[in-house]
Design a protein around this ligand. Structure first.
Ligand code: FES
Length: 112
């Protein structure tokens, strides 16, 4: 691809996302969760690092944190990290082009 979209994958239409309601997609063989919050779109790995539940997309949003619905672990939407911690979820760069959402999804880097 050109226009600085190297490594990006088309995920969905921006209009497919509702404010603070996560959605799950499989992109480049990776399970990801997308969130729209106050006009920004965030893409994170969908697999919680606590017990490997693939339910981050179903979590709830409080300010800049996503809370896993299973046991309440929280992750920063921008960095994927647990508050004050170094571990967390992989996060993916997002671009909006012509109303389409693209995410730079890479295979999982870390195993905790
Ligand atoms: S699986 Fe997410 S907090 Fe336990």
């Amino acid at each position: 691809m050109t226009n600085g979209t190297e490594g990006f994958f088309k995920v969905c239409r921006e209009s497919d996302l509702k404010e603070k309601a996560g959605r799950r997609f499989i992109v480049n063989d990776v399970d990801i969760a997308l969130f729209k919050v106050e006009g920004n779109i965030y893409a994170l790995n969908n697999m919680c690092i606590h017990q490997k539940a693939a339910i981050i997309y179903d979590g709830f949003i409080e300010e800049n944190l996503i809370t896993c619905p299973a046991h309440g672990w929280q992750f920063d939407l921008k960095t994927g990290k647990v508050p004050g911690g170094v571990k967390g979820l992989d996060v993916y760069e997002v671009k909006i082009i012509d109303g389409n959402v693209y995410a730079k999804v890479y295979p999982k880097k870390f195993e905790w």
